[in-house]
Design a protein around this ligand. Structure first.
Ligand SMILES: *Cc1c(COP(=O)(O)O)cnc(C)c1O
Ligand SMILES: [Zn+2]
Length: 423
């Protein structure tokens, strides 16, 4: 699509070929927004045209992505079009009649991060780069390793040595160079930036690269399109447009997912395909709450915290997309919530037993936040609510085992089974 870039801090606009990463005026913090030519897009596209597509992946929205020729540059793995489930049980328990779960653990590397990495690998191909690199708490790296493998593009991945074993296993299996940094995610992030500058590698680092948000926005397109399909029978669809939920609950670490969802919704609103902006509800771990703190204090500048939470994917000292993440929640009239590690752990088996969805701790945090919001009276019972599930539980077995309790060990006899009084 046709687009230019605009600094989120000073508003300076740039030709898309003039800057590769951030606004040169403020170091690493001048995150750039992608501004499409909406009038031109609206001329050749419509919700109906997209809904007729037989491509069940993020690439059904290719015309809304900042790429030159996605048909040629897109890697071949199937990313996106993950299921939007109507809640069968947990909604009733919370007194919500229209609750949905979007299971993004159903992506090739089992997390939401595949959306960003797919678009970035396509971008890297169009730019003709030799090597792509990223820092990651684990999932962004696994996603990039998978998508780079699909495109035969060499990748260098920096993760904290303490990342969950399953995520490191994914990196090693998909290939690329795996660098285990003796330090935090934030240190890995800065090291990756330095390496990419020194060696000229293409850097996918979250938010620093303006296009991670563009991949992530596809989840908003899917939510609106799928919600329209699911409710069409009830006669609730708007002719020619898509339905929106009233609220979306999303876990926040660096703040790039919530910013991405917001960007997708702003695109749809600008195109006239949806009628209103849903409220974005950001959920942070109590021990990693830099965005929550800024939102509560009514400020925009993000103060560094010393992040401690078992939800590794949302553990961030200094959220890299913090300013936009605070705006996303404030400008949509949503709220930030914090949840404890105990609440996050408890949410894992609840999602498993209530909805048959297995989530990693960071993903379960969104549901824990939804429970808090309902308890605090922030959600009305008839509102349409979407709760994001951003990563699969197999990525962090240790936390899952901590949360789910023990199995029962018995002798291999029927007597032993009888003694359990199972009925
Ligand atoms: C990365 C990630 C998040 C948080 O996304 P941010 O853009 O860092 O806010 C949440 N859940 C999972 C599973 C993730 O991998
Ligand atoms: Zn700027």
């Amino acid at each position: 699509m046709d687009y230019h870039l605009k600094c989120t801090l000073c508003g300076e606009e740039y030709d898309r070929d003039a800057v590769r990463y951030v606004c040169p005026k403020h170091g690493d913090e001048g995150i750039l927004d992608t501004i499409p030519d909406y009038a031109k897009l609206a001329e050749k596209l419509s919700p109906l045209k997209i809904s007729n597509s037989r491509d069940f992946s993020i690439w059904r929205y290719a015309a809304l992505l900042p790429l030159e020729d996605p048909r040629r540059s897109a890697p071949s793995l199937q990313v996106g079009w993950t299921p939007l489930y109507r809640s069968v049980r947990l909604g009733t328990g919370l007194g919500l009649s229209n609750l949905y779960f979007k299971d993004d653990g159903r992506n090739p590397s089992a997390s939401f991060k595949d959306r960003a990495s797919a678009v970035l690998v396509a971008k890297a191909r169009e730019l003709g780069v030799r090597i792509i690199t990223t820092a990651s708490t684990g999932n962004a790296g696994a996603a990039l390793a998978a998508l780079a493998a699909a495109a035969k593009l060499p990748a260098v991945i920096f993760v904290p040595q303490t990342a969950p074993q399953a995520k490191i296993a994914q990196l090693l299996v998909f290939g690329g160079r795996v660098i285990l940094v003796k330090g935090t995610y934030d240190e890995a992030f800065d090291l990756c930036l330095e390496a990419s500058r020194s060696f000229g590698w293409y850097c996918r680092n979250t938010a620093y690269n303006p296009y991670t948000v563009e991949g992530k926005k596809t989840a908003s397109f899917e939510i609106c399109e799928q919600l329209t399909q699911l409710t069409a029978a009830a006669g609730k669809a708007r002719p020619g447009g898509w339905r929106v939920p009233d609220r979306i609950f999303v876990p926040v670490g660096d703040g790039n997912i919530v910013s991405g969802l917001w960007k997708g919704l702003r695109d749809l609103l600008a195109l006239g395909w949806i009628e209103k902006m849903p409220k974005l509800m950001g959920v942070q771990a109590e021990g990693s709450a830099a965005c929550y703190n800024a939102w509560r204090a009514g400020r925009e500048n993000i103060e560094r915290v010393n992040a401690t939470t078992l939800a590794d994917s949302i553990s961030a000292d200094l959220p890299r997309d913090g300013v936009r993440a605070v705006r996303a929640v404030r400008e949509t009239g949503g709220a930030y919530l914090i949840v404890t590690d105990e609440e996050i752990l408890a949410a894992i088996p609840e999602l498993g037993r209530g909805e048959a969805i297995f989530s990693e701790p960071a993903a379960a945090a969104a549901y824990a936040g939804l429970k808090t919001a309902v308890r605090d009276g922030l959600v009305k019972s008839d509102e349409t609510v979407v709760c994001m599930v951003t990563g699969n539980g197999l990525k962090d077995i240790a936390s899952a085992m901590k949360a789910a309790g023990e199995g029962t060990v018995i002798e291999p006899t029927l007597e032993a089974v009888k003694r359990l009084n199972l009925e």
